[in-house]
Every structure is written in structure tokens, then in C-alpha cells.
Design a protein around this ligand. Structure first.
Ligand code: SF4
Length: 64
């Protein structure tokens, strides 16, 4: 699994963090960022719910 973050689209709504807090966090500007090591999904199955949860399609999950 790979996850792409389009931080230029992020509006800081926080649904990604609420859905998969082991993978996503928000930086000082409230923009989405990875928890350390989270770019591979951290074995959290809820990662697959995040693209639907994000209101601006800022998170893309690629299944390799
Ligand atoms: S849910 Fe989307 S808009 Fe909200 S913080 Fe996460 S990436 Fe940004």
C-alpha cells in the first residue's frame, strides 16, 4: 500500500485523523501529515475509508 497526500487540497477538516489516527496527523497549519512511519498505512484497515471521508479528496490510497 502507498498513500499520497495532496496537501495543497487539504482544508484541515480532520476526518483523516479521526478515521485513522495511527496513520494521519495534522501539522502546525492543520494540514494533513503522516504520523512517523504512517506512509505505508501502519496496518490500519480504516485507511481505506479515508479517501471517502476526506471532503476534498486530499488522500489517495494505492493498493500495490
Ligand atoms: S480529511 Fe482531508 S481535508 Fe481534512 S485534514 Fe484530512 S486530508 Fe485534510
Amino acid at each position: 500500500m502507498r498513500i499520497t497526500l495532496h496537501r495543497d487540497r487539504c482544508i484541515g477538516a480532520g476526518q483523516c485523523v479521526m478515521t485513522a489516527p495511527t496513520v494521519f496527523t495534522q501539522d502546525d497549519e492543520a494540514l494533513v501529515a503522516f504520523v512517523e512511519g504512517g506512509e505505508h498505512g501502519a496496518d490500519d484497515p480504516r485507511v481505506h475509508e479515508v479517501p471517502q471521508a476526506c471532503p476534498v479528496q486530499a488522500v489517495v490510497v494505492h493498493d500495490d
